[in-house]
Write a protein that binds this ligand. Structure first.
Ligand SMILES: C[C@@H](C(=O)O)C(=O)SCCNC(=O)CCNC(=O)[C@H](O)C(C)(C)COP(=O)(O)OP(=O)(O)OC[C@H]1O[C@@H](n2cnc3c(N)ncnc32)[C@H](O)[C@@H]1OP(=O)(O)O
Length: 175
């Protein structure tokens, strides 16, 4: 009886010790991660600036938001350096960006081939410091243009690879 109780109690102690040790090391790991990311992070991510929709027929898509839904929409603007036409739909403090291919080798050509009816192409998030953001993402998330380009709002933008962002193309824009 004594032997059985002793064996039981030492196995309980072993389980407790293992669990305590592993919890402590997890705790230390979590603690050190949050301390180091707090220390290193000198930029922050802000609100969604816009959601971009690639469309096969820009006039038809503009008419949906302007004439049927009654939103304010911008004029169509060609952005040859990005290979797209854009139309912005104003929605309170955020926007929808309608995208249509411009010229040969438009970066949205392939997307529209795969999604001929159109679809959500990317989301754009504001960041407080785009250069620091790009630096701190190195080795974790691939930037498609590590050197920021001037985007549709005249501000620097960087696109992040959709395969590193859960299947979503993410654009970072300087606030
Ligand atoms: C004006 C400016 C602004 O707002 O300021 C803009 O919007 S300019 C908006 C247009 N500019 C950009 O999009 C610039 C950044 N984009 C790019 O560099 C390109 O579009 C890529 C994201 C690299 C995709 O190019 P492309 O379609 O030729 O690549 P690919 O056919 O090799 O595709 C590689 C893989 O990525 C996936 N993939 C491609 N485009 C995607 C998208 N928009 N969202 C989610 N996944 C996507 C494909 O399905 C494929 O997956 P599987 O391998 O599984 O089949």
């Amino acid at each position: 009886m004594f032997c059985v109780r002793n064996a039981f109690s030492s196995s309980v102690k072993r389980v407790l010790r293992t669990s305590l040790t592993s919890n402590s090391s997890e705790y230390n790991l979590i603690r050190s991660r949050s301390i180091s990311s707090d220390t290193i992070r000198s930029w922050s991510v802000g609100k969604i600036n816009h959601v971009a929709i690639a469309v096969p027929d820009l006039e038809k898509a503009t008419s949906l938001y302007r004439d049927i839904l009654g939103a304010n929409v911008s004029k169509s603007t060609p952005l040859p350096e990005h290979g797209v036409y854009t139309v912005f739909v104003e929605l309170g403090d955020t926007k929808i960006e309608l995208l249509h291919p411009l010229g040969e080798n438009s970066p949205i050509e392939g997307f529209l081939k795969r999604n001929p009816a159109g679809g959500i192409h990317h989301i754009c998030l504001e960041v407080s410091d785009i250069h620091k953001a790009v630096d701190s993402l190195k080795g974790k998330v691939r930037a498609l243009n590590p050197e920021p380009k001037i985007g549709a709002h005249g501000k620097p933008v960087v696109f992040l690879h959709p395969k590193d962002c859960d299947g979503v193309l993410v654009e970072l824009e300087q606030e």
